[in-house]
Ligand binder design. Structure first.
Ligand code: GDP
Length: 438
């Protein structure tokens, strides 16, 4: 995401490298490049112009700070302005109400139904909500089926009326049902069209009037660039929605929608979809997104993902085993499974500052652990819990069984032993930590 823009911005800052101070001339030159980079990322023309004008004003105004290098100063100003452009503060959704009602809007194919499933999952697991999802698309039976499947995967109930052709009454009935059965959150998925059309707008406006939702979210495919911004404008004029959901930010989106939408419709981006899987949803944080765009990584989101998967009981159990030097290959497998649960490896790695760019063209896939897993699975249960048993003939057998070779097995065992030693030192199993050799 944003790879191209990040690279272009970095290149424009290079103009200032080696410059002793900020001048009208070198700022103008840098910002010409910055503006071009924004336009090429499909940022709205006016937004790009205002952006560079503001950055210029700030840069020239702050020239007194001679302790900071011009290139660093420029990165800082651009960073802060990018965050501001995307809304500055993180915008929460409103979940007050018994039940709280969230209405989805957007074109067909934008990712509304997928997002409905993702949001139900997120609010259920992170906020302890008890959601009911509602299928209001009376035109495409496939859409109802799609939501039914998603709801099942998330483990939440779905409300639909297969014979009804009246989305307004379906939505109203769903809310009645939620009240009767004690659901505290209702997420209403609606029918989209391929393009803006009067009937769709009338229908969703009528649903809005009838159910008076706490939150109307506008879902839009970020790959559609400036079209996304225009569609947002039209939906906002009719619905006055509360927030934007940008989907498909994992694709090769140029980022223009993320950077322009806030300014054009004056509504915050609240969530971003980063994949087809149900857990590929992030709350939108303007500051962190600015970090990412400038190649500073997004270590905070990375830690949050890790925390989400963190199992305290398991961690305690592991800690004890490590301290007693009993960490074994079964634990190793559990750890690999945990890392895999956190999501796509390349995406995770790209959140580490400086790494995103370096691995842009490298293919890291989720199969990276495959041979390690194959080797461990080829061990007997006794060998897994007691790696000391692994003599030469056992190693040969394991290499054969796992479709690897003896060197691979030896390497893994060596790494495992070293990891074990390190862990023991770190957890205090060994009180004398050797000094690092220099
Ligand atoms: P709807 O017509 O608005 O309900 O859109 P869908 O939820 O059916 O989504 C359309 C397509 O986009 C589906 O194939 C989804 O799997 C895909 N999709 C939705 N969100 C994302 C996302 O964040 N990333 C990616 N890569 N695909 C997505």
């Amino acid at each position: 995401m944003f790879d191209n823009l990040s690279e272009r911005l970095e290149r424009s800052f290079k103009i200032l490298k080696g410059e002793g101070k900020i001048t009208e001339i070198n700022v103008a030159e840098t910002l010409k490049d910055v503006r071009k980079a924004l336009l090429d990322a499909d940022v709205n023309y006016k937004v790009a112009k205002n952006f560079t004008d503001t950055v210029k004003e700030k840069a020239l105004g702050q020239n007194v700070l001679t302790a900071v290098k011009p290139s660093q100063l420029m990165v800082k100003i651009v960073h802060d302005e990018l965050a501001k452009l995307m809304g500055g503060e993180t915008a929460e959704i409103n979940l007050k109400g018994q039940p709280a009602v969230i209405l989805m809007s957007g074109l067909q194919g934008s990712g509304k139904t997928t997002f409905t499933g993702k949001l139900a999952r997120m609010l259920k697991t992170k906020k302890g909500k008890n959601p009911l999802v509602v299928a209001c698309d009376v035109y495409r039976p496939a859409a109802i089926e799609q939501l039914r499947v998603l709801a099942e995967q998330v483990g939440v109930p779905m409300y639909c009326e297969l014979d009804s052709k009246d989305p307004v009454s379906i939505a109203q009935n769903a809310i009645k049902e939620a009240k009767a059965k004690g659901y505290d959150l209702v997420i209403v998925d609606t029918a989209g069209r391929l393009a803006i059309d009067e009937q769709m707008m009338n229908e969703i406006s009528a649903i809005k009037e009838a159910i008076n939702p706490q939150e109307i979210l506008f879902v839009v495919d970020s790959m559609t660039g400036q079209d996304a911004v225009n569609t947002a404008k039209e939906f906002n004029e009719r619905l006055n929605f509360d927030g934007v959901v940008l989907t498909k930010l994992d694709g090769d989106t140029r980022g223009g929608a993320a950077l322009s939408i806030r300014t054009v419709v004056d509504k915050p981006i609240k969530f971003v979809g980063t994949g087809e899987k149900l857990d590929a949803l992030d709350q939108f944080h303007p500051e962190r997104m600015a970090d990412r765009i400038l190649g500073m990584g997004d270590i905070v989101s990375l830690v949050e993902r890790a925390q989400e998967q963190y199992d305290e009981e398991e961690a305690k159990r592991l800690h004890k085993k490590i301290a007693k030097n009993q960490f074994d290959f079964n634990d190793f497998l559990t750890q690999i499974a945990q890392i895999k649960k956190m999501g796509n490896l390349k995406e995770l790695a790209s959140m580490i500052p400086g790494v995103g760019k370096a691995i842009k063209d490298i293919d890291i896939d989720d199969n990276a652990f495959k041979s390690i897993e194959a080797i461990i699975y080829s061990m007997t249960p006794q060998e897994r819990s007691n790696p000391a048993l692994l003599n030469g003939s056992r190693r040969t057998r394991i290499a054969k069984g796992s479709g690897t070779n003896i060197q691979d097995v030896n390497r893994l065992l060596k790494q495992f032993e070293e990891t074990r030693k390190m862990m023991k030192m770190i957890t205090g199993g060994n009180k004398t930590i050797p000094k690092l050799k220099r």
